[in-house]
Design a protein around this ligand. Structure first.
Ligand SMILES: Cc1ncc(COP(=O)(O)O)c(C=O)c1O
Ligand SMILES: Nc1c(O)cccc1C(=O)C[C@H](N)C(=O)O
Length: 442
């Protein structure tokens, strides 16, 4: 992207977007005023009144003056976290001190919290560990996948990587390739099936594109990788907690994801690593720290890997962040990920309709890069500004008016929808204020 100007880069983004030509998903025509605007506001009220998940909003700290649509970058704070952290600090650390590794269950937290994440990503017990960052887990997963692929076929020497990937995945894939003697080939996800071959060791894909919000076909792409004898590694940062992933059902080999977005774990909360049960004994981590040793307190000079999910650990876990995440995951009690998905789609559908009604006719145009088809949509809406150079200023003004999304180069306004706390009124207000901001630019 760096060698292109914002307009060229925006054209490339829009050209690759399946929704770019969809008028229903674009702000075209004059902005809605009067009865049309009132009808959308009334509809939002009715949708909120009928929303079975509406009460969950009470579990979060939210500011009524703000519409928070940035939960795909940093999830909102669940109310229960403050008291938990105060207790961890004052009692577990302050009074119990070293005893807490055992008495407060600190030592086993990575596996225990992994078990709380597991049902949300369709993983049975014993396959998910919470540890380190997504970037670090990507290295473990990629090197681990290549090593397994090469057990049977030592000449598999290529890593296929999503060409539109979030940058850290690409950087880590390059390093994983250098460590294993592989080469990296960047491929648009839809071209992965044709690019797979007898030399492919592993494929790394983002489940949801962080800029466009496009949801990739995880089942089909995983099957295609397997048919070619390669392993499938998925980055679930923008899907975990937003939609069903069903890792076990689709036979995914490795998956990673962060917990501070739709899982609301807090800034920098530790990420998760999934290693399919059938592969765990063959998982040879490139970061075999003492926490993943079969008997860490033996302090043995030689490394013997632990069995199960524990093998994905490295060093001492970050207890404060992990405790915040553990308590945050409590907001999912009694909540089904399929219900969350249904609300996410309804919210983004409604927001796109409101944008189409409110955000037309200004000096700055917007069109959705996010696929209109439900099967290809994550839980965000990405609007490309025309001209793209205006996007940053538009987002700044939106934030000043209490609508918090974010801006991504070259000209994308991103709005994340977290069904646990986002209301239809939020969606309507965000689109209405966007219309005012764009209209104000006339
Ligand atoms: C798709 C994706 N992968 C990886 C990351 C990076 O994760 P981390 O900074 O926690 O390593 C992010 C977000 O920052 C992301 O959106
Ligand atoms: N991890 C972040 C951070 O430390 C600061 C600001 C933003 C982030 C993000 O998570 C960005 C996010 N992954 C994205 O999709 O753009």
């Amino acid at each position: 992207m760096s060698d292109r100007g914002p307009v060229e880069a925006a054209d490339a983004l829009a050209a690759g977007s399946p929704a770019a030509e969809d008028p229903a998903a674009a702000g075209e025509g004059p902005a809605a005023v009067g009865p049309a605007a009132e009808a959308l506001a009334a509809e939002a009220l009715a949708l909120d009144a009928a929303d079975p998940l509406a009460a969950l909003r009470e579990r979060f700290v939210l500011d009524p003056a703000t519409v928070y649509l940035d939960g795909n970058s940093l999830g909102a704070l669940p109310k229960a976290v403050e008291a938990r952290l105060a207790d961890v600090v004052s009692r577990e650390w302050g009074r119990l001190r070293i005893r807490s590794w055992e008495e407060s269950g600190w030592w086993t937290m990575p596996e225990r919290v992994g078990e709380l994440v597991a049902p949300l990503i369709g993983a049975g017990p014993g396959q998910v560990v919470v540890s380190d960052s997504t970037s670090v887990n990507l290295l473990k997963a990629l090197v681990g996948a290549v090593r397994i692929a090469r057990e049977q076929a030592p000449d598999r020497g290529e890593l296929l990587v999503d060409a539109a990937t979030f940058p850290t995945d690409g950087y880590i894939a390059e390093s994983a390739a250098r460590l294993t003697g592989c080469t990296v080939r960047a491929v648009p996800p839809e071209e992965v099936p044709a690019a797979l071959g007898p030399r492919t060791a592993a494929v790394l894909l983002n489940h949801v594109d962080y800029r466009t919000g496009e949801l990739r076909a995880l089942p089909a792409l995983t099957s295609a990788a397997h048919a070619a004898g390669a392993l499938a590694v998925w980055d679930l940062c923008h899907s975990a907690g937003a939609l069903p992933v069903d890792l076990d059902a689709h036979g995914v080999d490795f998956a990673v994801g962060c917990t501070y977005k739709f899982l609301n774990g807090g800034p920098g909360s530790p990420a998760f690593l999934y290693v399919r049960g059938a592969l765990q004994d063959r998982f040879d981590s490139p970061l075999p720290g003492w926490n993943s040793h079969a008997d860490p307190f033996a302090m043995a000079p030689d490394y013997t890997p632990a069995s199960g999910a524990v093998r994905g650990r490295v060093g001492t876990p970050d207890i404060l962040s992990m405790a915040a995440l553990e308590t945050s995951l409590g907001v999912w009690d009694g909540v089904g990920i399929r219900d969350v998905r249904a609300k996410s789609l309804a919210l983004t559908d409604f927001f796109l309709r409101c944008v189409a009604a409110h955000a037309g006719g200004g000096a700055v145009g917007v069109r959705s890069l996010t696929p209109a088809e439900h099967a290809r949509r994550g839980s965000q809406v990405a609007l490309l500004c025309d001209p793209p150079e205006q996007a940053e200023a538009v987002m700044k003004e939106l934030i000043a008016r209490g609508v918090v999304g974010d801006f991504r180069r070259p000209g994308v306004l991103r709005f994340g929808f977290t069904p646990l706390y986002t209301s239809y009124r939020d969606a309507e207000r965000a689109a209405r204020v966007l219309g005012e901001v764009i209209g104000g630019a006339r």
